[in-house]
Design a protein around this ligand. Structure first.
Ligand SMILES: [Zn+2]
Ligand SMILES: [Zn+2]
Length: 329
């Protein structure tokens, strides 16, 4: 940690990774709001992350943008920077930095399972791994996402007279759920809340197959019985959802494995679909990297740090502020 500090500041090049506050030089791992903030002077990211930031915050959300494609190196002074796919959402990367022969890899958010809506995760060796740990407890073991999506299709068949309202985070989860439905052969029109429209369009422009999607129009009289409607969880909780008659409330999130949480948010059909690594993925990846040091940025840090100690790896919790996990929103 000599040349980076606890705030993920790379000192030799005065550059921060996913800074919470506006800075001069920022590297952004992906477009989720707890990682990508507006107001930086210079932003280095993948073209997808930059486009997503512009969609969400406007064209001028940073003074300058520089694209670094995945698997290409960029040398700034004596620091070598390379992006590797993080498998989390479209454009998401791990940031490998190398200075004086020492490699530090920042995972950002990641998952190692395959996902057609983004590039597959690529493992990288390093001396120090700076990792997330959103689901860093042994109890978190994500089930197969296709089996989860089949639960939704089964429910549609059983309750064909009721609309199915599915709570999804607007960036990443929405498009993944639609894509998973298409993979299962669901070829009917899928309805979306207006707030998902631009991001779905952006994914489609990037050749990600979402099939026919239509914005919900509640002013026109239409029967949504037996249809799938995707909306952010906040819209499902508020007055917007009351226009649907007797809907089945579903939610797609890694947190749905906690029954209490599903119950509290009145979710009738929880779908455990996560875009973060679970306990086995986290620990397997730490082992793979051969890292001597593991710094945990956010999530369930203590269990991972403890696991590192048991495996003779230096573990440290960084407890970064401002990483409110998007899956909870
Ligand atoms: Zn994220
Ligand atoms: Zn995050």
């Amino acid at each position: 940690m000599k040349w980076i500090d606890k705030n993920l500041h790379i000192k030799p090049i005065n550059t921060h990774i996913d800074p919470y506050k506006p800075v001069e030089n920022a590297i952004i791992t992906h477009g989720h709001a707890d990682h990508a903030k507006p107001g930086h002077k210079n932003v280095l990211a993948t073209s997808e992350t930059i486009e997503i930031m512009k969609i969400r915050y406007g064209e001028n959300c940073a003074e300058n943008f520089q694209v670094l494609p995945t698997n290409q190196s960029l040398k700034i002074n004596d620091v070598l920077i390379k992006f590797f796919p993080a498998g989390h959402i479209l454009g998401s990367v791990q940031v490998l930095t190398e200075y004086k022969g020492e490699k530090i890899n920042f995972t950002g958010d990641y998952k190692t399972t395959s996902d057609q809506t983004c590039k597959d995760f690529e493992p990288v060796k390093c001396h120090t791994l700076v990792t997330e740990a959103t689901f860093g407890l042994p109890v978190f073991q994500h089930p197969n996402e296709n089996e989860e999506i089949k639960k939704l299709l089964k429910s549609i068949n059983l309750f064909s007279e009721r609309p199915h309202l599915v709570g999804v985070y607007a960036l990443g989860k929405a498009q993944r759920v639609i894509n998973l439905l298409r993979q299962q052969g669901y070829d009917k029109e899928i309805f979306i809340h207006g707030s998902l429209e631009k991001l779905c369009e952006y994914y489609q422009n990037n050749n990600i197959d979402l099939g026919k999607i239509t914005k919900v129009n509640l002013t026109k009289k239409k029967d949504y019985n037996g249809e799938i409607i995707l909306a952010p969880p906040s819209a499902i909780k508020n007055i917007w959802s009351r226009k649907f008659e007797d809907p089945i409330i579903c939610q797609a999130s890694g947190w749905m494995s906690i029954k209490q949480r599903a119950k509290q948010s009145l979710v009738e059909l929880p779908l455990i679909i996560s875009d973060h690594a679970d306990w086995n993925e986290l620990t397997k990846y730490i082992k793979f990297t051969d890292a001597e040091n593991v710094y945990v940025t956010h999530g369930r840090e203590e269990a991972i740090v403890h696991w590192c100690k048991m495996n003779k790896i230096n573990g440290l919790a960084l407890s970064l502020s401002g990483r409110d996990d998007e899956e909870q929103l």
